[in-house]
Write a protein that binds this ligand. Structure first.
Ligand SMILES: [Zn+2]
Length: 346
């Protein structure tokens, strides 16, 4: 790969004509076939804007799903979406209305075929496609089928992992170059993540004929997450517990938050042998990073990550941001990586 290939975590803001803006679970502005056309238009719009910004790795910006977890669940048999219940998620950090698992889980058909093929047909760049990770799905649904306690949660995670694997293999056949699983739950349930979360993730990624990635973050820049981060102390060492298990895993790329976080950069050492997506863009602040700040963050990461394994990335998704801010941050990311290439390149 070329030096410092730029990528984003995955999600981008939805245009106001598609859905409510600046929300994590926005309502759509249309329904039926019209909604499908609007999703296609928004996907193509963001594909063009990512290319114009100069990103090396592009995606669908998650324009076709209401939420990064529930978008996948909507196509599953065994899930009751009609009767959502309120549940504290991410260890009760905030409440969400979540669907319920009510029976054996199967895929009703393809989940993301339409947007994956649309993106592939319209770009020559590397395409990354995101799916929720099994452990994070388990933390974003209510269970009425697999049973109480840890055994039930593990069984449900592996059932989701098999379905994710089925969809991921189909995405590879659609022409996707990188499949990324999003596992913010790894930073909340660190012991479980190391014990069985990484194994469930590997099941989801098993046998994929493409690059595989996992995104682990401290969440979107919403107030509940910002308040939680304020309680985590001077050093955020959550990654320390799961990175060793990931370093031994089959996953090729790992993302982490860096810029404006309290993650000790030295923890990147624990990802020896992996490509590291280094968060150089803060998603909790509307102020746009300067190329200098981004190059500096890359310089810090280079103390712990080999040059040819460093992918400058956003800390998390940009979905709840204002569109102008997101566009400016994409441009800054590319300019910062270019500056870093001049500064740290051969
Ligand atoms: Zn994230």
């Amino acid at each position: 790969m070329s030096l410092f290939e730029t990528a984003i975590a995955g999600s981008l803001p939805k245009p106001a004509w598609l859905a409510e803006t600046e929300k994590l679970w926005p309502e759509w502005k249309a329904s039926g076939p019209e909604l499908g056309r609007l999703k296609d238009d928004a996907t193509l719009l963001w594909l063009k804007l990512q290319e114009d910004a100069g990103l090396d790795i592009v995606g669908d910006g998650e324009q076709s799903r209401q939420h990064f977890v529930h978008g996948f669940l909507a196509q599953l048999e065994g899930i009751d979406f009609e009767h959502k219940v309120k549940m504290g998620i991410r260890n009760n950090r905030y409440d969400a209305m979540v669907p319920q698992v009510v029976g054996p889980l199967t895929l009703r058909g393809r989940v993301h075929e339409r947007e994956a093929r649309l993106v592939r047909a319209h770009t020559k760049k590397k395409v990354k496609f995101t799916l929720p990770g099994p452990m994070t799905i388990v933390d974003t649904v209510a269970d009425r089928h697999y049973g109480e306690g840890k055994e039930g949660r593990i069984a449900m995670a592996f059932a989701f992992a098999d379905l994710l694997n089925q969809e991921a293999k189909a995405l590879v056949a659609d022409g996707v170059d990188i499949v990324q699983f999003d596992e913010p739950a790894f930073n909340v349930y660190m012991t479980d993540a190391a014990e069985w979360g990484v194994a469930a993730l590997e099941r989801a990624a098993a046998g994929l004929d493409c690059t595989t990635a996992v995104h682990i973050c401290y969440g979107y820049g919403i107030r509940a997450n910002n308040d939680w981060k304020a309680t985590l102390g001077a050093q955020w060492r959550q990654y320390e517990q799961v990175f060793p298990a990931l370093a031994k895993s089959s996953i090729d790329q790992v993302s982490l938050e860096c810029f404006h976080s309290h993650v000790p950069p030295g923890l990147m050492r624990l990802l020896d042998g992996k490509d590291v997506m280094v968060g150089v863009i803060d998603v909790a602040s509307e102020s746009v990073e300067t190329p200098e700040q981004i190059a500096e963050t890359i310089g810090t990461a280079l103390q712990f990550v080999p040059r040819d394994r460093l992918i400058p990335c956003t800390n998390c998704g940009l979905a709840p941001m204002r569109r102008e801010v997101a566009e400016a941050k994409l441009a800054a990311l590319v300019q910062g990586a270019a500056l870093a290439r001049r500064r740290f390149g051969a």
